[in-house]
Every structure is written in structure tokens, then in C-alpha cells.
Design a protein around this ligand. Structure first.
Ligand code: HSE
Length: 319
């Protein structure tokens, strides 16, 4: 059954790693992308907003390709699509923009043909495309996820984020590709560093699951990716070291960077101090950055009802 009227989905951004949970922990954030797919007689793209500038608007587009992979797997043919997308998620900054596009395309394509695939199958497909499950898992399921990937199957367990948890992100005005940020990492690690990360990621997961915000500052420490990536983000080393003494519960590079993410208690009286500190340290390195206060998003990708007679952009402005 093909839904001729089309489908519309809303996908959250995400942060990955949360410090020690390299390639395993992820958290959805309340910053979104919207995607509408409709069967059409000829493929057309309507890409709105600054964050989608320069993306291909032909069949090489990731959304088109990913949607076709769902149709192929389900044995259904929908060769031509009208694709409309708007995103508030900045590209290549460590906030899961590519994961949100992949999850949105998989989820919307599956809805369009009557949901033959399960959400868990979509998770496997998304992880195979991204190569790690943390961002896609968060965008798909929402909340905080702990995930593993064996090269074929991804498994994730969702944790409801503590209600009083807020995040502050500082998004530098330069892009850093995940592949470049992964090239900065060594092939092998010392045993002490592996044990350090396993124990900190475990404590962080347990602290988040049980709402023990007081343990975040001891748990949110990493030795296997951030020290190597620090050279790629001037000011990062100082922010990781000093943000906790300016009101952060914990601080990390968001995904592969360059965005920095601080976890903050909702009723902290030091929010302005922390924001000023992050901005100042980056500015001292000649980097201008945009700061945003974001809440964890407890839901992953969701379907929105198609509204007749309301244009795609009008309905998003109404959100
Ligand atoms: N876990 C991945 C990394 C996330 O840190 O490389 C990339 O978005």
C-alpha cells in the first residue's frame, strides 16, 4: 500500500559519545529537521533553510538514496519522489545532521509504503550507513541510548533523561567532518585507557539511568577520543578542564565535534556564567560560536499528520 498523499516526519538532532561512551552513548536533543516524501511523476527536491544549502538536488541526494534502499528491501517500487526538507540542525558540527537525514529518510520511506520494516530493522540499516549506532539510535528512539553494533545488527536500550537535565551547546562556526575527526584517533589503545573509558562510560550510564546528576562530573571523562581530537578544536582542552568549575555538571565534545556540549542542571544559577565562559574561551582562540540551550528530546523521529492546503514551510513555521 503506497500512501499517495505522502508522509511527513520530524527528526531530532543528537549528541554522541557523552564523553567516555565513544560510539555507544547518544542523546536526542530538541533541535529538529522535517522531511516530507510524496510519490511523484518526476523527482523534485525542495530543500529549505541555510543548513541544507549546497546539498545535491538530484538522485544522488542521500535522502533519495536511503528512501530507495527501503523500497528495494521491501520489494516495492517508488522510483520518483517529491522530497521536501527543512532543518535547524547545523551540518557537520557534531549534532547528528547526517544521522537525522538518514533516520528521517528511512522512517518516512517505510511509512510511505505501509511500514513493512520494523523500527529495529531501520536501526540496523541506519547504523550500516553511519557505521556507528549512537547518533542514529538517538534520532530514531529518542532519549538517551546505550547501543552496540556488531557489523550487522544494532541493539539499543533507551534511558529516559533525568527531568532536570539541560544541555548547553557551543557550535563553532567551522565544520569538522567525522571522517577527519576519526582519522585523528590511534589504531590501538593502552590497557589503562580502555579500562578508564569502560568504567567511566558504565558509571555515566548508571548515573543517567538513576538520575544521579551529582556523579556526572566524575563520570564524564574520556581518554580514547577527546585527547586526540583536541588539536582539531582550539579551546576544547581548556573547556573540558574548566567548564565544571563554571557550573557544568559535565562537558564533552559533541560527537566528532567541533560542537562542545555541557550538561547543566535546570535550576542552576550559573547558566549565564557557563555560557559566557564557553563563548569567551572560543573567542580567545579566534572562533566565533553560537550557543543554544537544548533539552533532551524524549521521543525519536515522529510522524506528523499531512495537512491538506497547508504548504510544507507554513506547517513547519507553525510548529
Ligand atoms: N561516535 C562518533 C564519533 C560520532 O565520535 O566519531 C560521530 O558523529
Amino acid at each position: 500500500m503506497i500512501r499517495e498523499e505522502g508522509v511527513c516526519v520530524k527528526i531530532p538532532a543528537s549528541t554522541a559519545n557523552l564523553g567516555p561512551g565513544f560510539d555507544t552513548l547518544g542523546m536526542a536533543l530538541d533541535l529538529y529537521a522535517w522531511l516530507e516524501l510524496k510519490p511523484a511523476s518526476e523527482t523534485v527536491f525542495r530543500l529549505y533553510g541555510d543548513h541544507l544549502d549546497g546539498l545535491p538536488s538530484d538522485k544522488s541526494n542521500l535522502i533519495y538514496q536511503v528512501a530507495q534502499s527501503v523500497f528495494k528491501r521491501a520489494g516495492v517500487k517508488v522510483p520518483e519522489l517529491e522530497i521536501s526538507m527543512y532543518s535547524d540542525i547545523p551540518l557537520t558540527r557534531g549534532l547528528g545532521s547526517s544521522a537525522s537525514a538518514i533516520v528521517g529518510a528511512l522512517y518516512a520511506a517505510n511509512l510511505l509504503i505501509g511500514e513493512p520494516l520494523t523500527k529495529d530493522e531501520l536501526f540496523d540499516m541506519a547504523t550500516a550507513l553511519e557505521n556507528h549506532p549512537d547518533n542514529v539510535g538517538a534520532s530514531l528512539y529518542g532519549g538517551i541510548i546505550a547501543a552496540v553494533w556488531d557489523g550487522t545488527h544494532a541493539t539499543a536500550l533507551k534511558i529516559q533523561p533525568p527531568a532536570e537535565l539541560l544541555t548547553l551547546v557551543a557550535i563553532p562556526d567551522f565544520q569538522l567532518s567525522t571522517s577527519l575527526a576519526r582519522k585523528a584517533l590511534p589504531e590501538a589503545f593502552r590497557m589503562q585507557d580502555v579500562v578508564f573509558n569502560v568504567s567511566h562510560a558504565s558509571l555515566l550510564t548508571a548515573a543517567l539511568a538513576s538520575g544521579r546528576l551529582d556523579l556526572i562530573s566524575s563520570a564524564m571523562k574520556d581518554r580514547i577520543h577527546q585527547p586526540y581530537r583536541a588539536q582539531l578544536v582550539p579551546g576544547m582542552a581548556r573547556i573540558l578542564e574548566e567548564a565544571p568549575s563554571h557550573g557544568a555538571l559535565g562537558v564533552a565534545l559533541s560527537g566528532a565535534g567541533p560542537t562542545l556540549l555541557a550538561l547543566v542542571e535546570e535550576d542552576s544559577s550559573r547558566q549565564a556564567e557557563l555560557e559566557g565562559f564557553l563563548t569567551k574561551v572560543l573567542a580567545e582562540e579566534g572562533i566565533s560560536a553560537k550557543t543554544l540551550w537544548l533539552r533532551p528530546c524524549t521521543e525519536g523521529v515522529v510522524e506528523l499528520a499531512m495537512l491538506n492546503n497547508v504548504s510544507f514551510m507554513k506547517r513547519i513555521k507553525g510548529e
